[in-house]
Design a protein around this ligand. Sequence first.
Ligand SMILES: *[C@@H]1O[C@H](CO)[C@@H](O)[C@H](O)[C@H]1NC(C)=O
Ligand SMILES: *[C@@H]1O[C@H](CO)[C@@H](O)[C@H](O)[C@H]1NC(C)=O
Ligand SMILES: *[C@@H]1O[C@H](CO)[C@@H](O)[C@H](O)[C@H]1NC(C)=O
Ligand SMILES: *[C@@H]1O[C@H](CO)[C@@H](O)[C@H](O)[C@H]1NC(C)=O
Length: 322
Amino acid sequence: TILFTHRPCKVLVLCLGLLPPLSIKIFSVLIRLVSPLQLELSNTAVLHQMRRDQVTDTCRANSATSRKRRVLTPNDLKHLVVDEDHELIYCYVPKVACTNWKRLMMVLTGRGKYSDPMEIPANEAHVSANLKTLNQYSIPEINHRLKSYMKFLFVREPFERLVSAYRNKFTQKYNISFHKRYGTKIIKRQRKNATQEALRKGDDVKFEEFVAYLIDPHTQREEPFNEHWQTVYSLCHPCHIHYDLVGKYETLEEDSNYVLQLAGVGSYLKFPTYAKSTRTTDEMTTEFFQNISSEHQTQLYEVYKLDFLMFNYSVPSYLKLE
Ligand SMILES: *[C@@H]1O[C@H](CO)[C@@H](O)[C@H](O)[C@H]1NC(C)=O
Ligand SMILES: *[C@@H]1O[C@H](CO)[C@@H](O)[C@H](O)[C@H]1NC(C)=O
Ligand SMILES: *[C@@H]1O[C@H](CO)[C@@H](O)[C@H](O)[C@H]1NC(C)=O
Ligand SMILES: *[C@@H]1O[C@H](CO)[C@@H](O)[C@H](O)[C@H]1NC(C)=O
């Protein structure tokens, strides 16, 4: 199995072979829970076991065909937010409620500084100094935390997440930095006869152009995808790190509150409920994909395929694959 490395431990390389296939901690937490909830919780526990198995099976099925590394370096752990007080590790995935989960992590690690997650402004939740990530620890400290902490992440239907990223970064006028950094590059490469203004501002990227940029082999050869459209697979390394819990955007509140309950803070901390009016939906995603050729749809599906398989999302019915 790719989950184990048989090489001896080297400095600056994590020895993933040391990690147990399943966290023991989650079960000890479950045992402590009171009986009236037991039945319901065991159904939930079964569901989460199935999700974990799906990840493991997908990793196994794809290990032979891919040339993936067997070890991680601290640099791969920049998305893993650590809460030492409650022994939690959260891998954040942009466009999957990560602002609210970062707020919760700030409450959890704040030692009383905050009580209500929503009192923390969104921009403050994204200041990297406000949360500690796993890459900031020494190798033994990293291995210890990976072994004993409860690790979780939240995932979302890959194309819905992609449309959400596109809408947020390219259809809103306020974020000039994204237009300059990525928009200008996308237009230069993907638009024939682009005007000087479009090339300079990069603020009117079409979804078709964004897709063409994502499937262009040059793009990932040049630099990794931006985190807003990078695959969950590449951000969180689920084939190397055994997540105890895979939460889903589709059942966000339920899964989030389950994590909080397992962490022992469910009695006083709940996932914030918020208006989802501007949320990217399946219907919206269908609309956006209507303009994409079946050739490009097929290539895009290949880019995100592991995320689809690993997190059990079926091939969207609106796709016309070749
Ligand atoms: C995958 O999804 C299907 C339907 O969408 C569901 O019936 C099945 O139980 C899921 N499997 C896992 C492992 O979550
Ligand atoms: C704007 O884009 C930058 C990256 O270029 C990002 O760090 C920042 O969070 C974005 N701001 C908003 C409001 O989305
Ligand atoms: C680009 O401009 C040239 C010359 O004006 C024109 O012949 C051509 O059709 C244009 N191409 C596109 C894709 O608009
Ligand atoms: C699809 O293309 C048409 C024609 O170019 C355009 O008017 C429409 O806005 C596009 N739809 C989306 C969702 O991009």
